[in-house]
Design a protein around this ligand. Structure first.
Ligand code: UDP
Ligand code: MN
Length: 305
């Protein structure tokens, strides 16, 4: 009996020591975390490992040539790189797709589609116009909708987000929108003359909006404040943005064709968190360019800015 107890103790000692040694050795190993240091994102990626059908986020971005375009697109593309299962649809407001944007996309490491459509001259903002005078990026967003309807079918799981090139996006907002049934909504910072605009939520349902501007709009939500499921867009083949919509009613012109207020799906902690900001970039002042040009020492046109 005494001998037996000693054997059991010996086996126990050997097994637990081996376990301890193994655990200590693992501590020195490198982790497989080179592509994402963001814990929440890493968790999202890990929890979907093996499940290949993570719904794709289609990010639709209208863009147009201007001195700071490459800066805007670089910043946005590098935010999008942090989001798994994402497809960027970049639509240039131009007669042709430009080489500059094509190159940026090719080097971005993102899955993408490069489209173009020119805003009709009558609808185009002039340099001297204030930017609220006419709606911007409308034909481009509609072109992306046309592309999606041509290249995707109702069985494809996905969500569509209209992300302008000058806003600021937290990666959190993309996690919030991924599982959208119809239309998901959340607050947008620095918009509508307020610190933020947001849907008001009661019992998990949207019951109104925190907004100060044109409060009679059916959906007083900025373009950055909602995402639409791909299947909803495919089952409503004529739903699109109305280029003639009254100022402030562009978002409503699409959403009114797709959902009712009661159907909106609040995200971002019942619309209490701001994870996207309607930032704007100051127009760069380049007046010294002309002066240097005249002196024969202008900037090198081969250097892309
Ligand atoms: N945009 C465009 N063509 C234009 C002006 C703007 O394609 O002539 C794009 C712009 O790059 C942005 C979106 O349309 O992605 C919205 O424009 P903007 O940011 O000027 O609008 P706001 O911030 O005033 O809502
Ligand atoms: Mn903007």
């Amino acid at each position: 009996m005494r001998l037996k107890l000693r054997n059991i103790f010996l086996v126990y000692f050997v097994v637990s020591s081996a376990g301890l040694m193994y655990a200590l050795l693992q501590l020195g190993q490198q982790c497989d975390c080179t592509h994402s240091t963001n814990y929440a994102l890493r968790k999202e990626q890990l929890s979907h490992r093996g499940k290949e059908n993570l719904p794709i986020i289609y990010v639709v971005t209208p863009t147009f040539a201007r001195p700071h375009q490459r800066a805007e697109l670089t910043r946005l593309s590098q935010t999008l790189l942090l989001v798994p299962s994402l497809h960027w649809i970049l639509v240039e407001d131009s007669a042709e797709r430009t080489a500059a944007v094509a190159e940026l996309l090719a080097q971005s490491d993102l899955p993408y589609t490069h489209l173009n459509v020119q805003t009709p001259l009558a609808m185009k903002l002039k340099d001297s116009d204030p930017n609220w005078l006419k709606p911007r990026g409308v034909e481009q967003r509609n072109e992306a909708l046309r592309w999606l309807r041509e290249h995707r079918s109702p069985g494809d799981r996905g969500v569509v987000y209209f992300a302008d090139d000058d806003n600021t996006y937290s990666v959190k907002i993309f996690q919030e929108m991924r599982y959208t049934q119809k239309v998901s909504v959340w607050p947008v910072g620095l918009v509508g003359g307020l610190r933020y605009e947001a849907p008001l939520v009661d019992n998990g349902k949207v019951i109104g909006f925190h907004t100060a501007w044109k409060t009679h709009r059916p959906f007083p939500i900025d373009m950055a404040g909602f995402a639409v499921s791909l299947s909803l867009l495919l089952t409503h083949p004529n739903a699109r943005f109305d280029p003639d919509a009254e100022r402030g009613f562009l978002e409503s012109s699409l959403l009114g064709q797709l959902v009712t207020l009661r159907e909106l799906e609040p995200r971002a902690d019942n619309c209490t968190k701001v994870w996207v900001w309607h930032t704007r970039t100051e127009k760069p002042k380049l007046k010294q360019e002309d002066m240097l040009e005249k002196q024969g020492r202008g900037s090198n046109p081969k250097i892309f800015v």
